[in-house]
Design a protein around this ligand. Structure first.
Ligand SMILES: O=C(CO)[C@@H](O)[C@H](O)[C@H](O)[C@H](O)COP(=O)(O)O
Ligand SMILES: [Zn+2]
Length: 193
């Protein structure tokens, strides 16, 4: 059993190292942070969506923007589209799971907002429909996904494709990148905290 622990950790480290070694990913993350900071600074907001573990990621990242990451500073405007069970069950029941995030983007998304879609496969229908809607509504679209980008690649202004096909390893790298995104936005808006 301990060999499984070892190989799991090895896969996590290998994926993280691949992300660390890819300057294109670093540049894209800085560009996403600039767009997000610009949106927040000009009265716009960040919307975030994902399924399963990535739904937890969406909420985790948004909590850091709204509350804090490392140090106290002003609250930042961000909303997770994964939290309101009345909205989620009504959409699922009335329109189907594929409309879960699209409907909320339609309700909340405004030109100048940023929409971050987190999907390890890059091809979840509810994520694709939300991205298409976000584009139609003049939002800046961002995707966090896995190797190859999936079908979401064509719908994203900025895409980070973690070079792995293993869902859990992609998710682990996403979490690290999400923390770093929040750090970068804080640095742009507040300097070194
Ligand atoms: O957390 C995990 C697996 O680590 C699962 O809950 C996983 O997020 C779910 O299967 C999602 O539905 C996968 O969706 P996606 O990342 O392909 O969009
Ligand atoms: Zn998971």
């Amino acid at each position: 059993m301990t060999d499984l622990v070892y190989t799991q950790l090895q896969a996590t480290i290998a994926t993280m190292q691949a992300v660390q070694a890819d300057p294109a990913i670093h540049r894209t993350l800085v560009e996403i942070a600039r767009q997000t900071a610009e949106a927040m600074q000009t009265g716009h907001k960040l919307l975030v969506a994902g399924n399963g573990g990535s739904a937890a990621d969406a909420q985790h990242l948004v909590a850091e923007f709204v509350v804090r990451l490392k140090a106290n500073r002003a609250a930042l405007r961000a909303v997770a589209l994964t939290t309101d069970t009345s909205i989620l069950t009504a959409i699922g029941n009335d329109f189907g799971a594929d409309a879960l995030f699209e409907r909320q983007v339609e309700a909340l998304g405004q030109p100048g907002d940023v929409f971050l879609a987190i999907s390890t496969s890059g091809s979840s229908p509810n994520i694709l429909r939300a991205l298409a809607r976000a584009r139609e509504q003049g939002m800046f679209t961002v995707g966090f996904t896995g190797q190859g980008g999936g079908r979401m690649a064509a719908l994203c202004d900025c895409l980070i494709a973690v070079p792995s096909n293993v869902t859990m390893n992609i998710q682990e790298a996403h979490l690290s990148l999400e923390h770093t995104l929040c750090l970068l936005v804080e640095r742009i808006l507040f300097g070194e905290l």
